[in-house]
Ligand binder design. Sequence first.
Ligand SMILES: Cc1cc2nc3c(=O)[nH]c(=O)nc-3n(C[C@H](O)[C@H](O)[C@H](O)COP(=O)(O)O)c2cc1C
Length: 203
Amino acid sequence: MAVTASQQERDVLYTLISRRRSVRQFTDAPIDEQALIRILTCAQGVDSSDGKRGAPSAHALYPLGLTVLVRRVQGVEVGNYLFEPERNGLERLAHAPVSGSLLSASLADDLWLETAPVVIVITADYALALRHFSDQQPDGLRGARYVDVETGAVAQNLYLAAQVENLGGVLVMGIDDEALARQLTLPAAHKPVALFCLGQGQV
Ligand SMILES: Cc1cc2nc3c(=O)[nH]c(=O)nc-3n(C[C@H](O)[C@H](O)[C@H](O)COP(=O)(O)O)c2cc1C
């Protein structure tokens, strides 16, 4: 479906992109719940009647998911939540992992994994993607490449949506996937791919 952008919309988008930078230091300020939902919706929410989402997906398969660690969000209990794309809402799954456990899975002592008010875990059902695209390459690994590319699109949406909510964040992929998975309650068949630390940036 073609859309026509106004000059103002072009200016806003180009300015946002040129100002996008990673933020790793956060204030203690809690995040507004509705702002968080809007950000998650940009990343993975269903936003049209045909079931499609703001981030592209090969064959519209949507093998990605978002697990959300809430530490400081106004009106939301601390915990490990699942983002439900169909209703753009959060479902509480478990307690948040104990303090220090995300850092222990970091390959680079990324302290912001512990200090961010929210950590969004981008997960993938790799088996689903590998199965679905097994005929596209002789090695049968095409689905894994698509998962990585789709994760990049989700991450950029997270960066840009955080900015318009006057928040900031950083994509973190220097993690021991298995160590991280042990700390989290993830949807069945999903493995962690990347993390996005989100909060109000310290100036
Ligand atoms: C695939 C990928 C993995 C990244 N992993 C990490 C990471 O593990 N820890 C971290 O602090 N930043 C990570 N970053 C953020 C980069 O360090 C950052 O984007 C880069 O320094 C450029 O800075 P900018 O985002 O402010 O433009 C990652 C970025 C990408 C695209």
